[in-house]
Design a binder for this molecule. Structure first.
Ligand SMILES: *Cc1c(COP(=O)(O)O)cnc(C)c1O
Length: 413
């Protein structure tokens, strides 16, 4: 690293210092973590919040009259309020803690949509969905005889919005769309799509797992009915995420899972559900996870999503240009509006072999289908390599990646 750092580099170095794992080595080389779209790293602020909970306030929530149960409940509910404010939900009752995006989408499929569906009703999703926004609807198709329709994706990796109006009709009951593609980085025009859906009375669910780490999300401005997010993609813990839902929809829905926490009274004859959001949170929740997610929200807000986006856009253009130095390299996903996720293939080189070799230089990249098999197949490929860049990555890391890639190509071709 050069002795003199400019202001921007100093700032990024400060952010990097928050992430203890970035100090470690892999195969004797400094770790370069280019796999944040699979799971981001956690800053010490998040680790400290979880540690503090377990060390000083651990108790079950919403139950005990004793002091530390009250403290645990306060911390847990404060995390919910932070998240609700962060995404501009109208109220914290609209934020349901789940295990992640996957569970949030399954909740909507089973508790919201299933009771409303009749055979022949249609569910519309896009060709760039993560498996977690495909398979829950396929399960529902088997259970109800509903029909799954798919909005195409252009060769550039953008949603084919021209095709959209022709795919919505009176039988369309749900539209599911990824906000930001984890495989291509494309940012979808969610506001416009939700507006069109609303005109047709179609309920919308946006998979926001990949948006929260890069963008300031405002669910009311987007105009969606449901929105899912994942803690571990946004510098928070694994095993925690959330479903945002408009209050009226959540009120009208039956519960999903039954158990403790989600009830007000239980008798063998009749059980009365609890109010929102507890109605959808059966069992002891991931309390430490929620608190860690709240700390991740604080962390993102402390830096500011504008500052993060500016840095990541600089990395994206730097990396996109630098990668052109590799013979036969093709970037898959050239959306005009994209985040710092770069999928690529190289002629004559299998992504898996590439990933293995660059790992020996300390680079953690993803190879495979990225849980988007239909999308990768749409581009006529079995797999891609993917470098996903986060707030703690640097131009210098990208500059070191290029020779590692060249060396791998020399070995493999
Ligand atoms: C990671 C991811 C998911 C799944 O989220 P989990 O929290 O791991 O369940 C869904 N959609 C997208 C776009 C993702 O990147």
């Amino acid at each position: 690293m050069s002795a003199v750092m400019n202001k921007n580099e100093q700032q990024v170095q400060q952010w990097r210092d928050d992430f203890p794992i970035l100090a470690r080595q892999v195969h004797g080389k400094p770790l370069v973590y280019f796999d944040s779209a699979a799971t981001a790293q956690r800053p010490r602020q998040v680790l400290a919040a979880m540690d503090d909970f377990y060390q000083n306030h651990n108790a079950n929530v919403h139950r005990g009259v004793h002091s530390i149960s009250g403290e645990a409940t306060d911390l847990f509910e404060a995390a919910r309020r932070k998240l609700a404010t962060h995404i501009n939900a109208a109220s914290e009752r609209e934020v349901i803690f789940t295990r992640g995006s996957t569970e949030a989408i399954n909740l909507v499929a089973q508790a919201y949509l299933r009771p409303l569906l009749q055979a022949g009703d249609e569910i519309l999703i896009s060709h760039m969905e993560h498996h977690s926004n495909i398979v829950p609807w396929q399960l529902l198709r088997e259970q109800t005889g509903a029909v799954l329709k798919v909005i195409p994706v252009t060769d550039q990796g953008e949603l084919d919005t021209q095709a959209l109006p022709g795919l919505i009709n009176a039988r369309t009951k749900m539209l599911g769309l990824v906000h930001v593609s984890n495989a291509l980085g494309s940012i979808n025009p969610v506001r416009e799509v939700c507006a069109l859906a609303r005109q047709h009375g179609v309920t919308t669910i946006i998979d926001g797992a990949q948006a929260l780490p890069h963008l300031q999300v405002d669910v009311q401005a987007l105009g969606c009915d449901f929105y899912s997010l994942s803690g571990h993609k946004m510098y928070g813990p694994t095993g925690i995420g959330a479903l945002y839902g408009r209050e009226q929809l959540l009120e009208d829905m039956p519960p999903w899972q039954g158990g403790g926490e989600m009830i007000r009274t239980v008798s063998f004859e009749e059980t009365v559900w609890n109010d929102l959001p507890a109605k959808f949170e059966a069992g002891t929740p991931n309390i430490a996870g929620a608190i860690g997610l709240g700390a991740a929200v604080d962390y993102l807000q402390g830096i500011g999503l504008d500052a993060i986006a500016a840095h990541e856009q600089d990395l994206l253009s730097h990396a996109s240009a630098a990668l052109q130095q590799i013979d036969g390299l093709r970037i898959i996903g050239q959306a005009r509006n994209k985040v710092s996720v770069i999928s690529f293939v190289i002629d004559g080189v299998h992504p898996h072999d590439l990933g293995t070799i660059v790992d020996h230089h300390g680079f953690a990249i993803r190879t495979g289908h990225h849980c988007t098999m239909p999308l990768i197949k749409r581009f006529g490929l079995p797999a891609t390599a993917r470098a996903s860049l986060a707030l703690y990555n640097t131009r210098n890391e990208i500059d070191r990646f290029i020779p590692a890639l060249k060396q791998a190509c020399d070995m493999l071709r």
